[in-house]
Design a binder for this molecule. Structure first.
Ligand code: AMP
Length: 417
């Protein structure tokens, strides 16, 4: 047997209704906020992620699925969506046509992380970006959109953790403070963090090695290094979140694992999953468009992980149950042609039908009809064939009626109303 690739997972038929529900609800929530869908490819030139996400990040250094294609070009499966969406925005000059651009996409992302519960190597994200508006209220709107998707889907116990990671101006100062702090402790840092100390000291803050994580607890806080405009921006974001009544708390140590964030950064945590298992996250990225060769326009975005979100929603909710209007039970050899006619006629009239063409006992077929949630069973046996009639059984009330072929659709549709 050839099995799944490690860390990848199948979404099986019993789960897909829940997935379809999560995706359609996310679409509805985002469209209510004015977002429009974009569908970028799942693979991009590796250089895009190196430049967008940052070379000294775990994602780019260790987790990307990168390969050379047959033409010798380095390509990567997307580890996140923002870089690809912004590439499309720049390539198609979308901001010129629409100075306030709100885009979303839904699809799989790929990171070669260590698999565990809620951590996969292929996982789905709902991703949203607002481009061209640097007001702090826009940050609050992004948080509100993320929150609304989750509450519309029915998640409870959510908390928004929020922080400001400042701008390059504040970070120059903060970087020095971090370097000074960790230089005295270099010997206790992991080998990756020793390298990060020179190249990108902020990345030490989200190192998962226990010794580093322990040291980080005493490290200087980025919020103490914010310059006046960043401080004021953050104050207004928090004020707007209060107005919108979105549960949030300041998390001054949260910096997020991507280099492009400026100012607001946030994570959505589920009280039961805990911090290390955030359901979503996002932040402002005021220089990313320009860094990718686009206009000097600001942006803010977020991503919600659907595997994590689905963990909080029961699989057996009645709305996820399979529903078939009619099961057609064919009894006896001769029932085939009339069965086909009936099945085809019902489907053409918008009625969902399931049937089994190979022989099976009535008892077994009734069991099957019950299992798939059929509301009615149409029985076609020798008697019915002779009279060109069918027997319709209501699976709830157990009532049975006999009706001529031409009256079936009318009877079933009359029942619906
Ligand atoms: P990030 O892009 O790292 O900020 O992640 C945003 C969200 O995507 C997280 O909060 C998770 O819900 C989800 N996510 C990230 N990495 C994984 C993964 N390896 N497996 C499953 N979900 C993930």
């Amino acid at each position: 047997m050839i099995t799944l690739v490690k860390g990848f997972h199948d979404i099986l038929p019993d789960e897909t209704r829940k997935w379809a529900f999560m995706m359609s609800t996310a679409r509805e929530s985002l469209e209510r906020f004015g977002f429009r869908e974009i569908i970028p490819p799942i693979m991009e030139k590796t250089e895009l992620f190196q430049r967008g996400i940052g070379e000294v990040t775990d994602i780019v250094e260790k987790e990307m699925y990168t390969f050379e294609d047959r033409g010798g070009e380095s390509l990567s499966l997307r580890p996140e969506a923002t870089a690809g969406v912004l590439r499309a925005v720049v390539e198609h000059s979308l901001l010129r046509k629409d100075p306030l651009l709100k885009l979303y996409c839904i699809g799989p992302m790929f990171r070669r992380e260590r698999p565990s519960k809620g951590r996969y190597r292929q996982f789905f994200q709902v991703n949203a970006e607002i481009l061209g508006d640097d007001s702090p209220y826009t940050d609050a709107e992004a948080v509100a959109a993320a929150y609304s998707i989750m509450t519309d889907i029915g998640a409870t116990g959510l908390m928004m953790e929020i922080n400001s990671v400042g701008c390059p101006n504040c970070r120059a100062e903060y970087r020095k403070l971090l370097q000074t702090f960790f230089k005295d402790r270099t010997k206790d840092l992991c080998s990756d963090c020793r390298r990060r100390l020179e190249a990108n000291p902020m990345r030490i803050l989200d190192c998962k090695v226990p010794e580093c994580a322990h040291m980080v607890k005493d490290a200087p806080l980025v919020t103490d290094s914010l310059d006046e405009p960043c401080r004021e921006h953050f104050r207004e974001v928090r004020e707007a979140l209060e107005i919108l009544e979105i549960p949030n708390r300041l998390e001054p140590r949260m910096v997020r694992g991507l280099d492009y964030y400026t100012r607001t950064a946030f994570e959505i945590v589920h009280e039961e999953l805990g911090r290390s298992k955030a359901v979503g996250g996002g932040g402002r990225y005021d220089n990313l468009l320009k860094d990718l060769g686009g206009p000097d326009a600001s942006g803010i975005g977020f991503a919600i992980g659907l595997e994590r979100l689905s963990m909080g929603i029961p699989d057996d909710h009645p709305r996820f149950r399979r529903r078939i209007d009619v099961y057609v039970a064919l009894l006896g050899q001769g029932a085939g042609p009339m069965g086909l006619t009936v099945v085809n006629m019902l489907r053409s009239n918008g009625i969902s039908v399931e049937t089994r063409y190979s022989p099976m006992s009535l008892k077994a077929q009734m069991k099957l009809a019950d299992k798939i949630g059929a509301r009615k069973v149409i029985m076609i046996g020798d008697d019915e064939l002779a009279r060109r009639e069918v027997t319709i059984r209501d699976m709830r009330t157990k009532d049975q009626t006999t009706v001529g072929i031409d009256g079936i659709v009318k009877l079933l549709q009359g029942d619906e109303s």
